[in-house]
Structure formats: C-alpha cells, structure tokens
Design a protein around this ligand. Structure first.
Ligand SMILES: Nc1ncnc2c1ncn2[C@@H]1O[C@H](COP(=O)(O)OP(=O)(O)O)[C@@H](O)[C@H]1O
Ligand SMILES: [Mg+2]
Length: 318
C-alpha cells in the first residue's frame, strides 16, 4: 500500500527581526491510508508549524525553505497557489484545539456546514443542508434538526468540536490534521472525541496526523508516533515499540509524565525547557536537559538513525 502522505526533510524557518528561527528542521515522516501518526512533544517544539506547512499556511514571517511534501505522490510544494487552494478543504482538512475560533459565531451550524459543501462540492443549497444533517449524525450529534438551526455558542465545547469534525469531513479529505483536538475538553469528552476520530478514520480510510502534547492521549489512537523536540523528530516508530522500548531520553521523560494507575507518587516532569531556537546549536539540542550526555553530544548534532526496522532515534548513545 503506497503511503498517502510522505514528508521528506521539511524545513520551515521564521525570518524574524531578531534572527532565524528553525521551527521545523529536517522533519520526515509518512502516513498510510487509514492510519494515524501521532506527532507529540512539548509546547513550542514545532508541531503546529509542521501541520501548517502541510497546508502551506505558515504565518508570517515563516517560510518553507526545504524538503518535499508528497500527497499521493504529488509534491505540494511545487503546486501553484490556485491548485493548493483546491487541496485545502478538499484533500486536506484540519481541526484545531479551540473550535470556537474557527466557527463563525453569527452563522447557524447548518449554514456553516452547508457553505463548505456548496463551495467545495458544488452542491445546491437544499442538498447541502440535507448532507449537513447526515454529517452531524455521523459525528454523533443527536437532535440534528434542532442543532442545524443553532448558533455555535448554544453548543457545548465537545459538540462544537464534533461540528468542526463534521465540517472537516464534508469534503471527504484524504488527510485529516487534528491539532490538539481535545486539549480544551474535559477528560470524558476527550475520550469520546478520540473514539469518534478512530471510528471515522477506519470507516473512511483517511490518513490522520494527530498532534498532541500528551502521549497518554495518543496511545490507543495511533499506529505510529513521532516525538518532536526543538523542531526535530528525535524518535519515531510504532506505538507499541515507543511505549515498550523508548530510546531517546526525551521520549522516556514524556512517558514518565503519563499518569498510570500503578504509580501512586506525583508525576515527574522533564526539568528545564526547550532551547532557544534562534540560537546557533553545535551539538544535540536536548543536551541541557539530558540525564546522560556523552562525549560527542556537545559538539556534533546526532542524526536520526534506524535502530530496528521502523524504529528511529536521534541520540549519540545508540
Ligand atoms: N508567527 C511566528 N513568528 C515567529 N515565530 C513563530 C511564529 N509562530 C510560531 N513561532 C515559533 O515556532 C516554534 C514552533 O511553534 P509551534 O509549531 O506553534 O509549536 P507547538 O505547536 O509544538 O506548540 C516556536 O518556537 C514558536 O515560537
Ligand atoms: Mg501547537
């Protein structure tokens, strides 16, 4: 099965007044149809900028300066902007942490979903409303007739996220990007939304890029994990492998932060913070927080290396 999305050596930099900031630095991954890749890491490590790069929607003064993004073997970075506009919303859909910021507060739910269908699928208005109703049912919203007439503020946070998912699904995307889709929600609602995403992915054979700062959230919901630190992938592999045999000290630290029933004491945190991405770094970007740095770590940047089939790590210890 050919991969749906292949990202090779992606580099996205911010050309700020205070200097060059390498938000995404040599990132590579791939996702198959019907599979989910979880991109995890602390806040500020480049997850959202990776996602926005895929849509070619980096905020100013950001630019993609290198690499390729292949969707079904077509390099998105070579497409003219008009073609790219067709890809957004048709082939790639994205949902965000706070649905309220993406929903229009003065438009009824039904009209917002219908608008997407009219614009991207060319449906007549009446059919679009019918389809909107069906989409709301598919994302587990009850009493859809009434919901279609309501405004975003009349819905709960979880329902709003379901509406966002319905809008994302409206065009049957090949790739769904979910950027911290449940971070703003209560834990029980969080689990329901994750279950919904899992169901939809299986039914529709979408490839999903699931972004989260929380390894616990992604555990049961992804086939593969890529751990990101300071703009780079430091470890990647199948979920079971990463959980059973984390190699990078940063991954080990993240896993220690996941709550477990068999561990009563308070959760440890990873000491220190993400390095300043504007500074020039000669060695490993994790060195200042690493519990076990060794000789080359301060002077040479480690490369991402395949240790076992499918399991890659960027660390001098291996
Ligand atoms: N508009 C911007 N201008 C300059 N730097 C930015 C901008 N947006 C994001 N960044 C920087 O890019 C880096 C990665 O950010 P981001 O991808 O949002 O992190 P994450 O999603 O993992 O929390 C951060 O260092 C952030 O400060
Ligand atoms: Mg983010």
């Amino acid at each position: 099965m050919p991969a749906r999305l292949v990202v090779n050596n992606l580099q996205s930099y911010f050309f700020t007044r205070n200097g060059l900031l390498k938000a995404v630095d040599d990132v590579s991954f791939s996702i198959n149809p019907g599979e989910t890749l979880a991109l995890v890491g602390e806040s500020g490590c480049g997850k959202s900028m990776t996602a926005l790069s895929l849509l070619r929607l980096l905020p100013e003064p950001g630019k993609i300066v290198g690499g390729e993004i292949l969707l079904d073997n077509h390099n998105l970075l070579r497409l003219p902007e008009v073609e790219m506009r067709r890809i957004r919303g048709n082939d790639i859909a994205m949902i965000f942490q706070e649905p309220m910021t993406s929903l229009n507060p003065v438009l009824r739910i039904g009209d917002q979903i219908a608008e997407v269908l009219i614009l991207h699928k060319g449906l007549p208005a009446k059919d679009a409303l019918c389809e909107a109703d069906s989409l709301l049912q598919q994302v587990g919203i009850s009493d859809t007739g009434r919901r279609l007439q309501e405004y975003p503020h009349q819905l709960s946070g979880g329902q709003r996220q379901r509406v966002m998912i319905a809008m994302a699904l409206a065009c049957d995307p090949k790739l769904l990007i979910a950027d911290e889709p449940t971070t703003a929600l209560d834990v029980t609602i969080q689990a329901q939304i994750m279950d919904l995403l899992l169901d939809l992915k299986q039914q529709r054979q979408m490839a999903t890029l699931l972004i989260s700062h929380d390894l616990g959230v992604v555990a049961g919901n992804a086939e593969n994990i890529a751990v990101m630190y300071a703009g780079q992938i430091v470890e990647s592999g199948p979920v079971a492998t990463i959980f059973a045999e984390p190699l990078h000290p940063y991954t080990q630290g993240l896993l220690n932060c996941v709550p477990r029933l068999d561990r009563k004491q308070s959760l440890p945190t990873i000491k220190g913070q993400v390095p300043d991405l504007k500074k020039q770094h000669d060695g490993c970007l994790f060195i200042e927080r690493c519990p076990c740095p060794c000789a080359p770590c301060g002077s040479e940047v480690p490369q991402l290396q395949e240790i076992k089939p499918g399991h890659r790590v960027r660390c001098w210890r291996y």
